[in-house]
Design a protein around this ligand. Structure first.
Ligand code: NAI
Ligand code: MG
Length: 497
């Protein structure tokens, strides 16, 4: 953590806000007031206080943004050479590093996460711009052999105007993992950040303009899901929608896309298993479980939220993990302790209701179990790192996403039972396994239904590795080379010679 970030964090903790935050929508390369003039407050979850306001877009604003993106698609962006697209994206990576302190502090203030986590997200996002910047001039088609009398070839074309619906858990890295490949492919974008975390999306759009992105290529609409979000995904000029969020809203988005035959990428929830077999390195598994469920206060779609343990090591694993959990310090993200705030009072209530239900039913709480305040200020929205032990396969705590720092433990008697438990929910996003037996680890990778499998390190991977889910966790892949596919379509040209 550089001195610059620490100093800025201290200043913001004192003043309660960051100066110079964006005020309005971002359309056609500049801030634009919402048509209705309506505004909403955004809160600092670490203190529970509002620190800024933002504009609420309606259908008229959304139309303006989509028209702007359509014009740029047919105009300035179409004639920008791929090598120049590449240079703009790479410059954007450098600008994010230059503004690391401001972006990280803004992200922490708006989302509640720790400054360390915000900094990782900003740096990973800078890398994503550079990664897809490197790809922008390598998206080529092929020639198809039809014999001497024909010439047949394909062109990798941009799909068109793309819409990006962003959640509040990873505001910066989710927007960037969608727009970096979209821009590399030659698409234009309109993004709607979540109601509780609008700030960094607006900052990113302004930085893209500074990096040389033509006006209208990236437009940002802040506002509510039911008004601005729904109008965006329903707009007939939108050709692809990248959605990250809840299952019901994902389904509604897909239905809306169907009305104008737009394609969708859905990155929905999860209830991902982390399996610990009898022969595992238990200390490594404890460390893995700590990151799996307590990163971002558990508000992670791919969180390892179910600890599936073989019976022989169950007691040792839970005891050591409970001890580790109790040692973690919660507090305002800008003070950069171990666990930050929960993003909203609404989400805190959802987590609390789940844990209260476990308590009421007499389930064993091995650590935590309550909502708390920042111990230094007595304010903010926090939840203790929590473990609910020995829960049955069909229990709703096993079946439903909690989206908070709550690990649910399932005990099994064999490898086969572990696989059955791993696959027992509607979700199939991520899965982890801890074992020294390479064969069992690779069999698990074969047998588990998940978009990504982590062996002996939960979350192992990076921006280069494709990410996405199966079944109710959604479909389509983001990140890595796969991440650009949704933004390209093939045109086949065949000539009779
Ligand atoms: P949500 O799915 O309603 O919100 C996600 C995004 O969709 C936000 O930007 C929101 O404004 C937008 N949205 C809402 N209604 C819309 C509509 N009709 N049309 C277009 N966009 C719309 O999720 P919410 O209510 O914030 O969280 C509920 C639960 O969803 C969480 O408790 C968690 O379980 C899950 N979730 C999963 C995420 C993931 O990373 N997969 C991220 C956020 C939430
Ligand atoms: Mg906020």
């Amino acid at each position: 953590m550089s001195d610059g970030i620490t100093q800025l964090a201290q200043d913001v903790l004192k003043s309660g806000t960051l100066t110079g935050l964006p005020q309005h929508l971002f359309i056609d390369g500049k801030p634009v007031k919402a048509a209705s003039g309506n505004r909403m407050e955004t809160f600092d979850p670490g203190s529970g206080r509002a620190f800024a306001q933002f504009d609420l877009a309606n259908a008229e604003d959304v139309n303006r943004a989509v028209q702007s993106s359509h014009k740029a698609l047919m105009g300035a962006w179409r004639i920008t050479k791929p090598a120049e697209r590449s240079a703009i994206l790479c410059r954007m990576g450098a600008l994010m590093r230059r503004d690391l302190a401001r972006l990280s502090v803004a992200e922490t203030l708006d989302s509640g996460k720790t400054l360390n986590e915000a900094q990782w997200d900003v740096l990973a996002s800078a890398r994503m711009f550079e990664y897809y910047g490197g790809l922008a001039d390598k998206l080529q088609g092929s020639t198809i052999p039809l014999g001497l009398d024909y010439l047949s070839y394909t062109i990798a074309e941009p799909v068109g105007v793309t819409a990006h619906i962003i959640p509040w858990n990873y505001p910066t890295s989710t927007i960037v993992r969608g727009i970096a490949p979209a821009l590399a492919a030659g698409c234009t974008v309109v993004c709607k950040p979540a109601e509780t975390t609008p700030m960094t999306a607006l900052m990113i759009a302004a930085l893209l303009t500074e990096a040389g992105l033509p006006d209208g290529v990236c437009n940002i609409i802040t506002g509510t899901g039911p008004e601005a979000g729904a109008a965006l995904v329903a707009h007939p000029l939108v050709r692809h929608i990248t959605f990250t969020g809840s299952v019901p809203t994902g389904i509604a988005t897909m239905k809306s896309a169907a009305d104008h035959v737009a394609s969708v990428t859905l990155e929905l929830g999860g209830k991902s298993p982390m399996v610990v077999l009898n022969d595992a390195d238990i200390d490594a598994a404890v460390e893995g479980a700590r990151w799996a469920i307590y990163s971002n206060a558990g508000q992670v779609c791919s969180a390892g939220s179910r600890l599936i343990v073989e019976r022989k090591v169950h007691a040792e694993m839970v005891e050591k993990f409970a001890k580790a959990s109790k040692s973690l310090r919660v507090g305002h993200g800008l003070r950069n302790l171990d666990i930050g705030a929960v993003n909203s009072l609404l989400q805190l209530g959802r987590i609390e209701a789940n844990v209260n239900d476990a308590k009421a039913r007499g389930l064993s709480i091995a650590a935590g179990g309550s909502s708390v305040h920042d111990p230094q200020t007595g304010k903010g929205w926090f939840f203790e790192p929590t473990i609910i032990d020995d829960v049955g396969l069909n229990d709703r705590l096993v079946q439903e996403e909690i989206f908070g720092p709550v690990m649910v433990v399932q005990v099994v008697d064999s490898y086969e039972e572990a696989v059955e438990a791993a696959n027992c929910t509607q979700f199939a996003l991520a899965a982890g396994i801890y074992t020294k037996d390479v064969t069992k680890a690779l069999r698990f990778a074969r047998d588990v239904d998940a978009g990504q499998v982590y062996i002996n390190e939960y979350y192992a991977g990076g921006i280069e590795v494709p990410f996405g889910g199966n079944r109710n966790s959604g479909f389509g892949r983001e990140k890595g080379l796969d991440g650009v596919k949704a933004y390209l379509r093939t045109k086949a040209v065949t000539a009779r010679l």
